[in-house]
Write a protein that binds this ligand. Sequence first.
Ligand code: PLP
Length: 386
Amino acid sequence: MKGCFEGLRTPFYYYDTRLLADTIAAIKSKTDKHEGWHLHYAVKACANPKVLKLIQQAGFGADCVSGGEIKTCLENDFPANEIVFAGVGKADWEIELALEAGIQYFNVESIPELEVIAEIAERMGKVADVSFRINPDVGAHTHANITTGLAENKFGIAKEDMIQVIRIAEQMPSVRFVGLHFHIGSQILEMDDFEALCYRINELQDQLEAEGITLKNINVGGGLGIDYKTPDEHPVPDFKAYFDTYAKLLKLRSGQHLHFELGRAVVGQCGSLITRCLYVKQAQERQFAIVDAGMTELIRPALYGAYHYIQNLSGSEPVQTYDVVGPICESSDIFAKDCQLPATQRGDLIAIRSAGAYGETMASQYNCRELPRTYTTEEVLSKCKM
Ligand SMILES: *Cc1c(COP(=O)(O)O)cnc(C)c1O
């Protein structure tokens, strides 16, 4: 690929569509055999239309967290009745849009939100299918900014309030209660977090049944992590461990549906941010490789201190130590400190790997920059032949 990248203006996202296809196939090989299991791709991870198309064609539904995402999914041929809608702050127009489109259900995160959905549905002469996002209070051992399932987080409804909110919904003529939703965080690699979630859901389901409440759907969210350190060793995440955990531990009732909302694990490894070294700058005891991509294209390192494996596609031995930094006027615009790279010079192509999830979707135009361009494998190859 490197030779084909040479003629392209940097920075850009490169999406390895063959790896994406392999990843999708690996997921489906673990889920297709289970009747009642459904996949809703978490669109916020990567909403690039070329990527969405492949995921849609593989038969995934979608998990959206905004009206804009719902529109994007509809434009990219996701069936409305396979779109679920989460988020703590759904605006009235977003609720109207979702009801108008006929989405599958809302993942409701508070009683005030339930009341607004009921009101809007009633005004529109519709019945809204709602599922409640319950905060299971199980901790994900990941970065504090990406845990969502602890009691202290802003997401969801406390499990102690679960029965009360279901009772409220049951009294509302314009609302139909269809299940429970959970999502405990992101970049989770330890199966014990998902195991804890399964046990918690079993417990809650027993409590509900004692009250005569049954669930049509259980939605366990997403959160499976990827290998940022050595992406070439684990290009496809460990879907076997992940799905086997649910198959073994979660006690589904007969006819019940289980929904998954994976984002990062689907698209994370197929994307790389390709950038070029502009300058190598020597400073006191440090050496900076200044590249033409910055936090405007990939904010994860600046936002969460996230690690991305960085490769110099052009350089040769011996290895030296660089701080790889972008051109943006912010001190946090750093991709990596003390990064070992082959001797790097102006013009070298640099790949920032595992950038398919929460990369392009978080891009901004700060410093009046253009949004990043993107190429798939097919597009790069076709330009290469010409
Ligand atoms: C972000 C999000 C997901 C996807 O999380 P990943 O870690 O990317 O798998 C799933 N469900 C909800 C509700 C989300 O907010």
